[in-house]
Design a protein around this ligand. Structure first.
Ligand code: GAL
Length: 426
């Protein structure tokens, strides 16, 4: 499924470093307006690495932040800009949306960044699965560059709170429920959560992976299989969502994800279920895994939900902007950039040849789990973060998930509604 099965992070030898940006460095006159949604503390610290690299190479960066975790607001702004015929030089965007924009004829030809990719041999630096997410023109030409691999299915926890209550990191959903009940009776908020549609979906996909298993996850979120959606297993998934809702506090609706992470950091809450950008917040505050906080994948059968952050390069007029796109692409795929950026961001490098020795235990675990799950069928694309399904289908599922979470809808009704809503988008 994924070339990473053979090209392990540890063992894969490539010709990287020979190029690492050299061919396209020295970008005097390079300009880039960059649209992104990285506005939290950890996210901004990571993005600064790219901004600084761009400036050091003579580029002029124009920042276009659109706040809002998960990027839903950013995608609205992006759509308006592209439809108006004025796309940004580079935009943070992921998964099949990249090819969907290409189908609209606004990305290329020519695909300028493909020149960089060919010269720097990106095909040899990435797993074929990650590489394909970056390609347009029938998956033949690079039109986007990857900066990382985030994992979604994580528990984050405050170590002091867990230790003080005699709780260890849960390895099954039943264990989690028991731990949460214990914490609740001790007056601690068990689960820090911001109920925004994308955050509800983030938790939901981790639960679906765990309770349904890898094949079930694939049927629902990759194949959009109606019978898997409206099934007894899906009802169990919604039951667990209802249970989790009971572990959240009254302030949860609408709360930003990083505010929820802050609750865990302060010990007001014990756990958060969130992608590893949450780790970027802990580390940005100087907190260390195993000492101040715990990280552990949410329970599943060696599943791994991946989410690759990338930037698309639209068709562009003007030499300075084209130069900007090439320089950005080259910098993003730089070996040292992929290390430093990801140390801040909480994710792991998309490049296969970046040494992991400077990374913490969470990131090292993520890298080795990724390789293992790629070999055993557990590596699956995150639906909540746009790595699979069309935006319309994703939206249909997300709407039902969030409506169920924030109402008294029964699990049975939710499963049926999900299948019906998805059917309308196919
Ligand atoms: C994800 C994105 C991450 C992080 C998160 C919260 O979709 O991949 O990089 O920014 O949203 O905003």
């Amino acid at each position: 499924m994924l070339n990473q099965t053979v090209k392990t992070l540890a063992g894969f030898v490539v010709s990287a470093g020979l190029f690492s940006g050299a061919a396209f460095a020295g970008g005097h006159g390079a300009q880039a307006e960059v649209l992104h949604w990285w506005t939290s503390g950890g996210e901004a610290a990571a993005l600064k690495v790219l901004k600084d690299d761009f400036a050091k190479n003579g580029g002029e960066w124009k920042d276009m932040p659109v706040a809002g975790g998960g990027g839903d607001a950013a995608m609205q702004t992006l759509k308006a800009r592209v439809v108006a015929g004025d796309p940004p030089t580079a935009a943070q965007i992921k998964g099949p949306s990249i090819q969907a924009w290409d189908d609209e004829g606004v990305v290329g030809p020519p695909y300028h960044v493909d020149e960089v990719a060919k010269a720097e041999n990106w095909d040899s630096l990435l797993s074929s699965q990650v590489a394909n997410h970056m390609k347009c023109d029938g998956f033949t030409k690079y039109c986007a560059a990857p900066v990382n691999i985030h994992r979604i299915d994580w528990f984050w926890a405050n170590k002091k709170v867990l230790d003080a209550n005699g709780i260890s990191m849960p390895t099954s959903w039943d264990e989690f429920n028991a731990a949460a009940r214990k914490l609740q009776s001790a007056g601690i908020i068990p689960l820090a959560h911001g109920s925004q549609p994308w955050q509800d979906a983030t938790v939901f996909e981790a639960v679906a992976l765990g309770i349904g298993g890898n094949d079930f996850y694939k049927k629902v979120f990759v194949d959009a299989d109606m019978s898997a959606m409206n099934s007894p297993t899906m009802i169990k998934v919604f039951d667990q969502m209802r249970t989790l809702k009971g572990f959240t506090d009254e302030g949860s609706p609408g709360r930003d994800w990083n505010v929820a992470t802050g609750m865990v950091m302060e010990g007001k809450a014990a756990f958060q279920i969130m992608g590893d950008w949450a780790k970027g917040e802990f580390t940005n505050a100087g907190m260390k895994p195993g000492i101040d906080f715990y990280c552990l994948p949410t329970p599943s059968d060696h599943g791994y939900l991946y989410n690759v952050d990338s930037f698309i390069f639209y068709s562009m007029d003007g030499q300075s902007k084209i130069k900007g796109q090439k320089l950005l692409g080259s910098l993003m795929m730089g070996k040292n950039f992929q290390k430093v950026f990801n140390l801040y961001k909480g994710s792991i490098p998309a490049r296969l040849d970046v040494p992991m020795d400077e990374f913490d235990m969470c990131a090292k675990g993520s890298a080795s789990d990724l390789n293992y799950s790629a070999m055993t069928g557990g590596l699956q694309p995150s639906f909540a973060h746009g790595m699979t399904l069309s935006l319309a289908t994703k939206g249909a599922i997300q709407d039902v998930v969030t409506e169920h979470f924030n109402s008294n809808m029964s699990s049975k009704e939710a499963a049926k509604r999900m299948a019906d809503a998805v059917q309308d988008t196919l």
